[in-house]
Design a protein around this ligand. Structure first.
Ligand SMILES: [Ca+2]
Length: 393
């Protein structure tokens, strides 16, 4: 063979290679490697500030999945209280019909070894027998959601349910092979849940992988680590807030017609998050005015301010736990719990901070035991490794 035909053949191969797809398909049942898919649903906010937070969480969830976890943008559907087809990415309105359409689309693309991620945030309706997520128009019932999940060709499912009343959804969705993180409001609260903020931060900061006593420092945030981080931060965030009942704007007692609630918020990051989440509400973060007290020895009035000079510079120290004492006075009540389920038995659900105490990291569990699956589940990595670095070092 002469030199020229050789070059022609090589050129022909090069042209064929250019025409061929760049690699194996990355999605769908035909894909040689399993892929990950996600549906993000945030419901009605019922107030301007919370609606803003829900929208923020939906966008950040997508950013985490695509930028941090490697999901193809086309594999992530995003449904929010209001539609915005011009947004990047376009958002559909979170109606039951659109949720069904998103699941139908996912069903057509998801393969049996693929990972499916569902993120929920908003208000759960818990006053009726069935759990519901409040959506524009008709609400999404827990049994409808389970039908859609069960209809997917995979049971490699991760659910992050940051909606209030999320525990009601658990009754329907708890199945072997799934990992479910639930941030659920107390039944009597059924109110605004902030668990979503801290789940997202677990991935955004990557700190969950390095969480002392829980992370395994392997460079990836698994669902066990994300849960430990989010549960701890949610509890700490509440417990770094104190009602400033003695606060007197301008030194005067609070007037009866003053609609604001005044809070002392401790910790640098906590304060930043607080300011963002509560912007535009009646809550105000303040430095309280302390009343002067007469010193018994000198007879002089002395004002003691126990707070650090610069509240914004204070580290986010671990709040004091344990028996009720003065540290509990005026503390914000923890209105949420959070749980991790990765078996099909509700009794296995892990509550990290009950009663107001963080349990030590469970020892290396056997397959099928609580936390075994969650420790091997990483968003965007459908293949679960058999061997992993031990947690809790
Ligand atoms: Ca890790």
């Amino acid at each position: 063979m002469t030199r020229l035909p050789q070059l022609l053949i090589l050129a022909a191969f090069a042209a064929m290679a250019a025409l061929a797809p760049a690699g194996p398909p990355t999605t769908g049942p035909a894909a040689s490697r399993p892929a990950a898919h996600a549906v993000i649903i945030t419901g009605l906010g019922n107030d301007k500030a919370y609606s803003r937070n829900l929208l923020d969480w939906a966008g950040r969830c997508r950013a985490v999945l695509t930028a941090k976890c490697g999901l193809a943008p086309a594999n992530v559907a995003i449904l929010t209280e209001t539609a915005d087809p011009k947004a990047d990415p376009p958002r559909a309105r979170a109606t039951v019909e659109n949720v069904r359409a998103a699941f139908a689309k996912a069903k057509a693309r998801v393969g049996p070894r693929d990972q499916f991620i569902l993120f929920l945030a908003g208000h759960g309706q818990i006053n009726e027998e069935l759990g519901k997520l409040c959506l524009p128009g008709r609400d999404l019932r827990a049994d409808q959601l389970e039908e859609m999940l069960a209809d997917l060709p995979t049971n490699h499912i991760v659910i992050i349910n940051a909606a209030s009343g999320g525990a009601e959804f658990l009754k329907n969705t708890l199945k072997a092979g799934r990992v479910i993180l639930t941030g659920c409001g107390y039944e009597t609260e059924g109110n605004q849940s902030y668990f979503a903020e801290f789940v997202l931060r677990a991935f955004e900061t990557g700190e969950a992988d390095r969480l002392k006593g829980y992370g395994n420092r392997d460079g990836a945030v698994d669902l066990f680590e994300a849960y430990c981080y989010a549960a701890r931060w949610t509890a700490n965030w509440y417990h770094r807030q104190y009602r400033a009942d003695s606060y007197r704007p301008g030194g005067r007692p609070q007037q009866p017609d003053d609609p604001h609630l005044y809070w002392v918020v401790r910790g640098r990051e906590t304060r930043k998050i607080w300011d963002r989440l509560y912007a535009g509400t009646r809550h105000r973060s303040v430095r309280p005015a302390f009343r002067p007290v007469r010193d018994k020895a000198t007879g002089k009035l002395v004002t003691t301010d126990p707070l650090p000079a610069d509240l914004d510079a204070e580290a986010d120290f671990e709040p004091k736990w344990g028996r009720f004492d003065k540290h509990w006075h005026f503390r914000r009540m923890l209105a949420e719990t959070a749980r991790l389920d990765d078996t099909d038995a509700a009794r296995d659900g892990l509550f990290l901070w009950q009663p107001y105490k963080f349990k030590p990291c469970p020892p290396d569990p056997a397959p099928g035991e609580p936390t075994w699956l969650a420790r091997r589940t990483v968003l965007g990595r459908p293949e679960r490794p058999a061997k992993i670095k031990p947690h809790g070092k």
